[in-house]
Ligand binder design. Structure first.
Ligand code: AMP
Length: 429
């Protein structure tokens, strides 16, 4: 099915065509008609599914069609609340791209930067506001923002809001919204607390679930390397000798760890930057945009900093440290293989992290294939891992023989890339 069937107005059709979108993703196919009908929505979906357009497109269309009612006065008519600055910026960019020909404007507000440029934009008038909870409440308290004209409200990544401790802020915001409104609620997971929260926001919602059990895992070629903690940096450098890794997002557990890895790679002349909560907002944005435009080959990030980061064509995710929460693994590797493109996820696992690996294997229901043939292979006492002799670092990796050799004893079948079968891959212009 193409976008033509969704009865989109010409200005939006034109913008989507320019973005290279030809076929709606499953969530777009399901959500766009429902939202355009005016129904509330409860969507179980994670980033990478095309969720942003699933709510942004119908919001733009509804507001565009009502424009004559607004007497040209720009009040905030749609509010999108999302947990991180990076997500907020990305959502703002998506609204700008899809709404390019609608003459509806949007502004993004988030904390950690001076408020002046944000309040200046608010004073000039805004149709669509994208905000993180803290700064939104702050500017509401200072009377820069009134929610009384809100007609459409989106709560994005609700489970992450809960994880990040924003739930009280979110409740305060909800209490200030007009009762008569359309609400869309999105969460990657639906634990009990989230369902309870959803019930306070949406009324008689249409429920959409586009997350098959482990969607990202299916599409991504995964492997794990057993390696001693002190050898991880050298193993990373060794892997990066493979020129087919044109962009790698490397995850560390701590900010300090991110800086260390970035420094090490820079010393070895690998173009690298790090992003984490201690960096200024400007530094984070700069690093992200350098990475997206491929000026930087490696971006080292902590989980919070990287959550939801939307990087088209990210070829590799490398878990420098195994996440201690298994769901985080799925979120991390979901940064690659997005919107139907290919992806490779490599994980480094030291002795202390083996328990995490076990949990992850359980969550994704099949063991991540083990690469044994690498120069920093760790002596391992588990029966199914044979230690291979050290190989010289100079062995070229471009044939991928050493990074793709998987332990067939540990996987039921070789991991195949399945993205070809997805009907909605992006048409490249
Ligand atoms: P999201 O889940 O909204 O973060 O989207 C993930 C990625 O998919 C972004 O890079 C979007 O630009 C891209 N995308 C969204 N919808 C489509 C579509 N219908 N066709 C191709 N790419 C898309």
């Amino acid at each position: 099915m193409s976008f033509d069937k969704l009865n989109l107005i010409k200005p939006i059709q034109k913008a989507l065509a320019q973005e290279g979108y030809t076929i709606p993703t499953p969530i777009q196919m399901q959500a766009i008609p429902v939202v355009m009908e005016g129904r509330d929505l409860l969507g179980c979906a994670q980033t990478g599914t095309g969720k942003t357009a699933a709510f942004a497109v119908p919001i733009l269309q509804i507001l565009y069609n009502k424009k004559s009612d607004y007497n040209l006065k720009r009040n905030i008519k749609a509010l999108i609340v999302t947990p991180t600055r990076e997500l907020a910026i990305q959502i703002g960019e998506s609204f700008s791209a899809y709404g390019k020909y609608t003459n509806l404007n949007n502004t993004v507000i988030f904390g950690g930067v001076p408020q002046r440029s944000q309040t200046d934009k608010l004073k000039r008038g805004v149709d669509i506001l994208i905000a993180t909870p803290g700064r939104l409440l702050d500017l509401m308290n200072q009377n820069y923002i009134s929610l009384k004209h809100i007609e459409m409200f989106v709560l994005d990544e609700a489970d992450r809001m809960l994880d990040m401790g924003f739930i009280h802020d979110v409740k305060k915001i909800i209490s200030k919204l007009p009762a008569k409104r359309q609400s869309l609620f999105f969460s990657a997971t639906m634990p009990v607390e989230i369902i309870k929260l959803a019930n306070t926001i949406v009324t008689n919602p249409v429920k959409i679930e586009v997350t098959p059990e482990h969607p990202t895992v299916e599409a991504i070629e995964q492997s794990v390397y057993f390696v001693n903690k002190q050898d991880k940096r050298n193993l990373l450098l060794h892997l990066l000798k493979d020129n087919s890794i044109d962009s790698a997002l490397v995850f560390t557990r701590t900010k300090h760890g991110a800086d260390n890895v970035a420094r090490f790679l820079l010393k070895a002349k690998v173009q690298t930057e790090a992003i984490h909560g201690n960096k200024s907002q400007n530094a984070r944005q700069r690093a992200l945009s350098n990475f997206k435009s491929k000026r930087t080959r490696v971006l080292v990030a902590t989980d919070i900093a990287a959550r939801g980061i939307d990087i088209d064509e990210l070829s590799h995710v490398i878990n420098f440290e195994m996440p201690n929460i298994s769901e985080t693994y799925v979120h991390r590797i979901g940064r690659t293989g997005r919107a139907g493109l290919s992806g490779v996820a490599i994980s480094f696992c030291d002795v202390e992290e083996k328990a995490y690996l076990k949990d992850i294997n359980k969550l994704i229901s099949k063991p991540i294939p083990i690469v044994k043939d690498h120069p920093y292979a760790m002596a391992d006492r588990t029966p199914n891992v044979t230690v291979v002799p050290k190989q010289t670092v100079s062995k070229p990796l471009t044939d991928k023989s050493s990074i793709k050799k998987i332990d067939s004893a540990n996987t039921s079948k070789p991991v195949k890339r399945k993205w070809y079968s997805k009907p909605w891959s992006r048409k490249k212009s």
